[in-house]
Design a protein around this ligand. Structure first.
Ligand SMILES: [Zn+2]
Length: 533
């Protein structure tokens, strides 16, 4: 399909039948004879979205002089030449014209001048000339302030076609249909690799310490920074109570239900489609885009750890985890502390002769609440005892000599595994216990992370976010851990978490909002073209 036809479809889907009709000898002229009356009707109704669309499309056509002369000529003679044929349109048309339009259209307006003078008189036409001159000056001022209007309009058109809702929905459904509990991601990883191969890209199956590989796709496009897009393809186990088959997927209006639909196969689909869009539009950016689909995030993050071990480097990273809250630029870390208490066994009728490990462990656990936790203006540390074991399973009259416990500790930036262990040892010392306490860190360990809200990457993202949503983002800070922790804290990559919107993560009847997948693609693409230069 020709470019202009595809764009015409994107802009005017209601004209789909005309544009696609094989029986019509269809030319741009047939479409653009309709454009002016539509534009006038939209002005009369002050229908701004339609107006923006019409002017953006017309301007795109105007810019095709070299590539498609007939298209340029069609928009010239069908649209721009007649813009000022009606007096009531003059003032309302002018604000929609960019410098590119003025530059490209003065000659055809000069040609039209005789007609206007005959119709409106010399005085009125002079007034039109003043209006146009002032309008052009204002447009130049706007152009000076922003990126060139042409580039912006062109970008909007690209986003429109690159972020196709139906394609995103279908790809999400395909990924959901493949069961991928932690440890069984092989099939879904292969499906992603196959998809990239079918798109003409070269996926790499990168080994991990787990059974299944990560998928890595690198698109190198000249000098410039590296942008990493990451998502995980494993899901949690299916909770009880699903209304339908968790892998069948069910669409209900804008919602798509399925296990992992939101967390995070929709995010993976968005990253895949964004990667492809960038690969197909190398003229829009310069640098390297790396897509990674990792396994095992819901368990031990073996996949992300493999990327850390290989020392993956990037200048920016977006993890397309679903948005529970606003875009996240930080999150707590996690230290799983294992405590071992060693006492001394004795006959339980002579407890004084022994050291009861169960009782000593209980004393420490009871004191945990008194321990001051790390402070941070935007994140909260917390801790919870996950297990506490001591004594024999079988009834014996023996004072237990060993006890173990695990504590799930959430940390804030500034706290580390070592600092948590030191605090635990200090707490144990303060008990003046006759038992001995040993502490160690069990996997998985996640460092806390944060991207400063005033950092350049956060500022870039905020600008791009505002272009899409119309307002600046409120930043969120995750209260749980994820792979973003590793990219940010271990690899030192400025990282953000931003993805589709959904609900019911780790529960039954999880769903994702389909339009938000397209929005995620658009934001990623805006960001990529902004930062990759
Ligand atoms: Zn997730």
């Amino acid at each position: 399909m020709s470019t202009w036809r595809r764009l015409a479809l994107a802009f005017f889907p209601e004209e789909r039948r005309t544009i696609n009709d094989p029986m019509l000898v269809f030319s741009p002229y047939s479409l653009y004879f309709e454009l002016l009356p539509r534009c006038r009707a939209a002005h009369a109704a002050n229908d701004r979205p339609t107006l923006r669309k019409i002017y953006a499309h017309a301007e795109w056509c105007l810019g095709q002089k070299k590539r498609a002369a007939d298209l340029h000529n069609a928009i010239w003679v069908c649209f721009y030449e007649h813009l000022f044929d009606h007096r009531e349109d003059w003032e309302r048309v002018i604000p929609y014209l960019s410098t590119r339009v003025y530059e490209g259209c003065w000659s055809i307006w000069e040609y039209r001048w005789k007609f206007w003078t005959a119709r409106f008189g010399v005085e009125e036409t002079n007034h039109l000339r003043q209006l146009l001159t002032a309008g052009e000056a204002r447009a130049q001022e706007t152009r000076r302030k922003t990126v060139t209007a042409g580039e912006q309009i062109d970008l909007e058109q690209w986003l429109e076609t690159a972020a196709d809702l139906e394609e995103a929905a279908a790809l999400t459904a395909q990924l959901v249909s493949i069961r991928s509990f932690p440890g069984e991601e092989g099939e879904v990883q292969q499906a992603i690799a196959d998809w990239f191969t079918a798109q003409g890209l070269e996926p790499e199956l990168s080994p991990t310490k787990g059974e299944h590989p990560n998928i890595i796709v690198r698109v190198a496009n000249g000098p410039g920074p590296t942008f990493l897009l990451n998502g995980h393809t494993d899901t949690v186990l299916a909770a009880h109570g699903w209304t339908g088959d968790p892998w069948q997927g069910r669409r209900d209006g804008d919602r798509f239900y399925g296990l992992g639909a939101a967390d995070m196969k929709a995010g993976v689909a968005a990253a895949m489609l964004a990667t492809r869009a960038l690969a197909r539009a190398p003229e829009r950016w310069s640098g390297v885009v790396i897509f990674t689909a990792v396994m095992d995030e819901e368990a031990f993050s073996i996949g992300a750890r493999a990327l850390v071990d290989m020392g993956l480097q990037a200048d920016y990273c977006v993890v397309t985890e679903p948005m529970h809250e606003p875009p996240m630029i930080g999150g707590v870390g996690k230290v799983l502390v294992r405590g071992e208490v060693t006492g001394k066994s004795s006959h339980a009728s002579m407890p004084d002769e022994g050291i009861n490990a169960a009782e000593e462990a209980a004393r420490l656990v009871a004191q945990l609440a008194t321990m001051p936790l790390g402070q941070h203006p935007r994140m909260r540390s917390s801790q919870a005892v996950l297990s506490l074991h001591s004594g024999n399973e079988q009834y014996v009259i023996t004072v237990p000599e060993r006890a173990t416990f695990t504590i799930n500790r959430h940390t804030v930036p500034g706290e580390t595994g070592e600092s948590v262990l030191a605090e635990m040892r200090a707490l144990a010392d303060s008990l003046k216990s006759p038992a001995s306490f040993d502490f160690a860190i069990d996997p998985p360990y996640y460092p806390a992370w944060e991207l400063a809200a005033d950092s350049p990457f956060a500022a870039d993202f905020a600008r791009v976010y505002a272009a899409e949503f119309g307002h600046a983002p409120e930043w969120g800070y995750a209260r749980h851990v994820a792979d973003a922790n590793y990219f940010s804290a271990d690899l030192g990559i400025p990282t953000l978490q931003f993805g589709p919107h959904g609900y019911g993560f780790h529960q039954c009847d999880e769903w994702v909002d389909l339009p938000s997948i397209a929005t995620t693609i658009r934001v990623i693409l805006r960001l990529a073209t902004d930062i990759l230069r």
